[in-house]
Design a protein around this ligand. Structure first.
Ligand code: C5P
Length: 239
């Protein structure tokens, strides 16, 4: 994969104009933009349509988590918007994921369009080992639980998972090359850590197995954002 295809730029803003302005500035260098719940809840699907009009792809990061019927219908709505990729919580269970994957396949066959990449979120990185046990009541080790949920997603027909850079290698070795790994928590060696605690550099993350890197502030908060993006892409050239 080319470096420019790997980087997903996070549109972590709430105003339509701000989001569109970022896409305009980066569209010569980035193919995929991430819309999360802040932006989507604030402005709705019109921002997706505008990004598509600019010839770019959307990763809709809404992390659906509900009963199978509701998630499958939300997935259909996302597919009709033409997003390239979106995600669900694997904690919604096997039936939910399977029904959603099948609904998407049916839609893409019927419409003769590509199925959006369906990605599973395992355990949020804001949950640590103690919270997993004390708050969620899960007594196994974090990496055992992540492996279990990734395996469920794989079996249910999902296209991949969101994974911390540290889990990348384990997931790649277990599920092989076709299973996509989408990795946030990326920090080049020259960028501030902000609130990310277990970040890896872009190069390390890809070496650990990541296909796509979700990056926000390490690009957008720099004094020269395009220059920062170029430096990151250079790091990835030979991978
Ligand atoms: O600015 P930064 O690169 O930290 O932003 C990363 C993006 O990835 C944000 O949109 C954030 O919500 C998201 N994210 C994350 N860590 C996770 C999951 C998602 O930073 N574990």
């Amino acid at each position: 994969m080319e470096p420019r295809e790997r980087i997903i730029l996070a549109l972590d803003v709430s105003e339509y104009e701000d989001a569109v302005d970022i896409v305009r500035r980066f569209k010569g260098h980035i193919d995929i933009f991430k819309i999360g719940s802040e932006l989507f809840t604030s402005v709705g699907p019109r921002v997706i349509k505008e990004i598509h009009l600019m010839g770019k792809k959307v990763f809709l990061d809404l992390k659906f988590h509900d009963i199978p019927n509701t998630v499958a219908k939300s997935a259909l709505a996302a597919a009709k918007l033409g997003v390239f990729m979106f995600n669900v919580h694997t904690l919604g269970g096997y039936q939910m994921m399977k029904h959603t994957a099948e609904t998407l396949s049916g839609f893409s066959l019927e419409k003769n369009v590509d199925r959006p990449r369906l990605i599973g979120v395992t355990i949020l990185t804001s949950i640590n080992q103690n919270a997993l046990r004390d708050e969620l009541g899960v007594t196994v080790r974090m990496n055992t639980q992540v492996k279990h949920l990734a395996s469920l997603a794989h079996r249910a027909g999902l296209d991949g998972v969101v994974a911390s850079p540290e889990d990348g290698a384990m997931i790649r070795s277990r599920f092989g090359k076709g299973f996509l790994i989408v990795t946030p928590g990326i920090r080049p060696s020259w960028a501030a850590m902000d609130d990310q605690k277990r970040a890896l550099t872009p190069r390390k993350a890809v070496q650990q197995g990541a296909d796509y890197l979700v990056i926000g502030r390490a690009i957008t908060s720099q004094s020269d954002p395009i220059g920062a993006l170029m430096r990151i892409q250079e790091e990835l050239v030979d991978l």
